[in-house]
Design a protein. Structure first.
Length: 202
């Protein structure tokens, strides 16, 4: 299932490389962006892209790290070719399902590919995962839900957009700490239920 935010999910993109796994994964991810990322104001730059329909939700059936890397390349190349597309959420429910496998892949293989392709100055990748855990935090700390998505997911961002967003914010360094405070006030159980409802919507 491949579609942009702001479009009817019934209007799907035809893609010969990516394999449709399940519409619910895309729908659940979009619900998570709207309810958690935007709804809790965790990312002050997400709402404009979501409302403008400039987020691409791509779900892949890749089950191995190698296949996922090939899909990552496809999505980065698509962003290169479509300047009107702001960012891509590459959702991979069957690949790198454990946090212990996913974390080193994002910081290792994915970033290494961008560097080898000479694209690390143009794009960056950020990992989201149901088991995400910040270094130095306990696994049950509510702050981890900043990056806990319904499914394993690799977020592809344009470097110039990231730099512009940081420059336009009065205090970008305060955003992470502010998020931690918001999430800790909510508590793990409320956050888990919120994400569960997003999955149910899919």
């Amino acid at each position: 299932m491949l579609f942009r935010s702001g479009t009817d999910p019934a209007t799907q993109f035809v893609d010969t490389h990516m394999v449709s796994l399940s519409p619910p994964a895309a729908l659940a991810t979009r619900a998570w962006v709207q309810r958690v990322v935007v709804g809790l104001a965790l990312c002050p730059w997400a709402q404009p892209a979501e409302q403008a329909g400039k987020i691409r939700y791509a779900v892949t059936a890749a089950a191995t790290a190698g296949d996922l890397l090939a899909d990552l390349e496809t999505e980065v190349r698509r962003l290169q070719a479509e300047p009107g597309l702001e960012t891509t959420l590459l959702v991979h429910p069957q690949a790198l399902r454990s946090w212990e496998e996913f974390y080193p892949w994002v910081g290792g293989d994915a970033e290494a590919w961008l560097e080898d392709a000479g694209l690390d100055d143009a794009f960056q990748v950020v990992g989201f995962h149901p088991g995400f855990c910040f270094a130095g935090e306990e696994a049950d700390d509510a702050s981890n839900w900043t990056n806990r998505s319904p499914f394993p997911m690799t977020h592809i961002l344009r470097q110039d957009s990231v730099e512009s967003a940081i420059e336009s914010h009065p205090d970008p360094q305060a955003v992470p700490e502010g998020n931690k405070c918001v999430l800790r006030r909510m508590g793990t159980e409320r956050l888990r239920e919120l994400v569960r409802r997003c999955v149910d919507e899919g």
